[in-house]
Ligand binder design. Sequence first.
Ligand SMILES: [Mg+2]
Length: 383
Amino acid sequence: MKITGIEIKQYLLPLNPPFKAAWDPEPRKKFATTIVYVHTDEGITGVGSGDLMMGLEGHEHLFIGQDPFAIERHAQVIENIDFHYGRCWPLDLAIWDLMGKATGQPVYKLLGGKTNKLLAYASTGEIVTPEERAERALRFVDQGFKAMKIRFHHKDVKDDIKVVEAVRKAVGDKLEIMVDANQGWKMPWDVERTWDLKMALQVAQELEKLNVFWLEEPLPSHQFGLMAKLRDKVDIRIAGGEMNRNWYDFREMDKVQSLDVYQPDVALAGGITKVKKIADLVQGSGAWFSPHTWTNGIGLLANLHLAVGVSNCPYLEFPYDPPAWSNERRDYVQKEKLMIDSEGYLVAPEMPGLGIVLDEEALKKYEINHFYVGESNKTYQTT
Ligand SMILES: [Mg+2]
């Protein structure tokens, strides 16, 4: 089998009302999705998504004519592109989708198939009042969730802690509660100060009292040593690494044991191919691997396959904070909107590949851009 063409299409969903992401000072009025399609001479097409694919332009020929099963070679090329230009890891996801389709197996089985389902934690995205957050938490309990994550980002962290207190009071021990401080990285326009070790320590100690399951990104993502110091001083689990970009960062974090829970995302930091190696590395040192999944429904699916394939962590992130971040918005290019079962599990699809079923009508309606490179590699068209 040979790769004969790579197609990239971009889609844009208007968000009205906007989504006020806790980690972004600017409300989001639209939601862009880029899908990469990898075509072959056997008529099978692999599909990937989850990042913008900036940097592939001009490098498509490095993949055309190649055997899709040479995934280690392709991941190396994508890593080289990542170094010079941008993250094109959705291409790795599309090739895994292709390998699954070609072999008639769901990707999670190709990866090891430890299980086919994981408990999903409802990962919320907005800052709301303690009362509102507690009400939404009770709805999660009714839906079957066993865990949820609360975002911090009030001006005064005491107000964030009040939200956790209200949720704990409302749900008792019916939900595990994770907290995401989102101090690891910033949007380009955000120049606010991040937490230091003392601040992170104070917050972690407060959250311990509320029996919080993990504290995520309490420090900037390059502060490997400080994270390790924090981890030594507290009992609460420390999570992070969602935007660390490559295996080498995780090797350094693993050396100093920065974290209890490592969260590289297959759509952003190495594809399935490289993130599997990170999972092996950190799990070998006794830590957990639980990927970040906050991109779109296809990115979530790809992370689900790797997580059920190899993860030792009981939970997987499920971006979900309706009405502002519903599964309809998150999965708008997909026919089936991903949801947990009544017991709180997210189950990997049994279809060959990643199990993405695209909604052709939505694709037509929201498409804004189209690039294609065929076998001749001489044409580059945009519409
Ligand atoms: Mg996070």
